[in-house]
Each structure stands twice: as C-alpha cells, then as structure tokens.
Design a protein around this ligand. Structure first.
Ligand code: HEC
Length: 141
C-alpha cells in the first residue's frame, strides 16, 4: 500500500480525523486479525514493550532514559484505538515512527492485539476470587 499516507479516510490512514482520534478500529476484528496482530506485535513491539505488553523487556531494563511503558496499563488501554495507531505512524517522544516498516493493515492488526492483551489481562484478574484478586493487584507490577 504505497499511497496509504495520502489516500482514503484519515481516520483509517492516520488514526485521527477532524482533530479526533478514531474511536473504533476501522477494520473487522476477527480472530485471524488478532493472530496476525500478535505476530506483527512480537516482531515490532515486544522487544521494548514486552511479549505480554507489560513493559518488561531486556531493552526496558537497560533504558537509561524513559522506559517503554506498559501497554496493558489502564492509562494506555483507555486510549482510543486511533491514538495507539497514531503512535505507530508518527512515533512518540523517544519512540520512533514505524510508518515505513509497518503497512496500514498491519498497524490496525497490532492496535487490535494491544487492546486484546489489555482485556485478557483484566479478564484473568476478574476471574480470581476477591481476596486473591486484591493480593494479585497489590503484588503484580
Ligand atoms: C525500541 C523500543 C520500542 C519499540 C520497538 C516500540 N516502542 Fe512504543 N515506546 C517506546 C518508548 C521508549 C516509549 C515512551 C516514549 C516517551 O515517553 O518518550 C514508547 C511509547 C509507546 C506508547 C505510549 C505513548 C503514550 O502516550 O504514553 C505506545 C502506545 C506505544 N509505544 C506502542 C508501541 C507499539 C504498538 C509498538 C510496535 C509497533 C511499539 N510501541 C514499539 C519504545 C518502543
């Protein structure tokens, strides 16, 4: 998709339209999309943000400046999908842009996977009986 920067709906291509982040993932979120997103996430993002998205990685441990944040943290999980997409396209602070390396469809697959990572973590905690859940929440990073 060589022209994906300039053609089509900006919510789809940039993650932002009319000054607002895309509130929805503009492609159907299927199991295949999530699997694809996982594969691309593990190639492009996991080295810094951790395989589980929790910010635990070798790179993070060795960062002397700002560490790559946890992507399963409620702060990031509360971002509209377009905001995560925009970070992939434009970079953010110390994080470079991945626009030249990750085509449009792969970016949305990664966004969908990052959100699934956050939800599966929350679901796993919710499934614990309350006393254990409180303990887990205290002890987990
Ligand atoms: C080389 C390490 C590295 C890789 C690879 C990387 N990131 Fe990051 N990412 C960072 C760092 C460092 C920050 C924090 C930057 C800052 O605060 O200046 C960050 C920040 C973010 C943020 C949070 C922005 C915010 O508003 O707090 C998101 C979302 C994100 N990255 C998603 C991704 C995704 C998705 C990928 C894979 C396409 C990815 N990152 C790949 C290092 C990386």
């Amino acid at each position: 998709m060589p022209n994906d920067r300039t053609t089509g709906d900006p919510a789809l291509t940039r993650g932002v339209a009319g000054g607002a982040y895309a509130e929805r993932i503009p492609v159907p979120v299927t199991l295949d999309l999530l699997r694809y997103g996982q594969e691309r996430y593990e190639i492009f993002c996991a080295a810094c943000h951790g395989v589980a998205g929790d910010g635990e990685s070798e790179v993070a441990r060795n960062m002397t400046q700002r560490r790559p944040p946890s992507l399963v943290d409620p702060r990031v999980q509360a971002f509209p999908p377009g905001r995560i997409y925009q970070v992939i396209v434009e970079g953010y602070g110390l994080m470079r842009s991945y626009e030249p390396h990750i085509p449009l469809a792969e970016r949305w697959a990664i966004v969908a996977y990052v959100r699934a990572l956050g939800r599966s973590r929350a679901a796993a905690l919710d499934a614990l009986p309350p006393p254990l859940r409180e303990r887990a929440q205290k002890e987990l990073p």
